[in-house]
Design a protein around this ligand. Sequence first.
Ligand SMILES: Cc1cn([C@H]2C[C@H](O)[C@@H](COP(=O)(O)OP(=O)(O)O[C@H]3O[C@H](C)C(=O)[C@H](O)[C@H]3O)O2)c(=O)[nH]c1=O
Length: 185
Amino acid sequence: MQIETTRLPGVLVLTPARFGDARGFFSESWNRRTLEKAGLDLPEFVQDNHSISHKTGTLRGLHYQSPPHAQGKLVRCGRGSLFDVAVDARLGSPTYGQWFGTELSFENGRQLWVPAGCLHGFVTREPDTEVVYKCTDFFDAGSDGAVRWDSLGIEWGVDEPVLSDKDSRAPAFADWTSPFRWESA
Ligand SMILES: Cc1cn([C@H]2C[C@H](O)[C@@H](COP(=O)(O)OP(=O)(O)O[C@H]3O[C@H](C)C(=O)[C@H](O)[C@H]3O)O2)c(=O)[nH]c1=O
């Protein structure tokens, strides 16, 4: 397991080992003990999500759930490729309002750990890209929120993404009040 820090405190890139042979490969995509041995103690996960986006340039985000239902997410790509982004929304954080993005793909096996207090979004780079991710809290529709994808200078690599109605109506980051605090997220 390779663990890389990023410019956002607590946001990590994890790359599990792959065991290849003539049939293909095997990988433990999640193993709490492996991470604990590496000194990483992530919160408990309670829900797994799976989405497919048929068109290249589909953008889902920037999403969050407000406390007390804030979610940490461990995101990976099951098929295709995507540009995955975390935004630090923790008021008082030294990197508040800053973003980090990286390519997750079936080929590279990389995973992004997005702690509670961060916004999360991705844009797909291939047709029929599938994303699977573990969440540290259950879905709570009343706590679900979004911030406009193009309000933070994120270099998505796409000008006119495929968006849901919800995402196309989301407020700009500058017009939004974060519910997260650096110490409480
Ligand atoms: C997130 C979620 C959604 N739903 C239902 C609610 C809607 O009827 C339908 C589609 O939901 P939504 O349009 O919010 O799905 P995405 O646009 O993929 O949103 C997700 O994508 C971004 C990148 C995220 O990080 C979040 O996990 C999540 O916000 O699934 C559920 O039943 N459970 C859930 O956990």
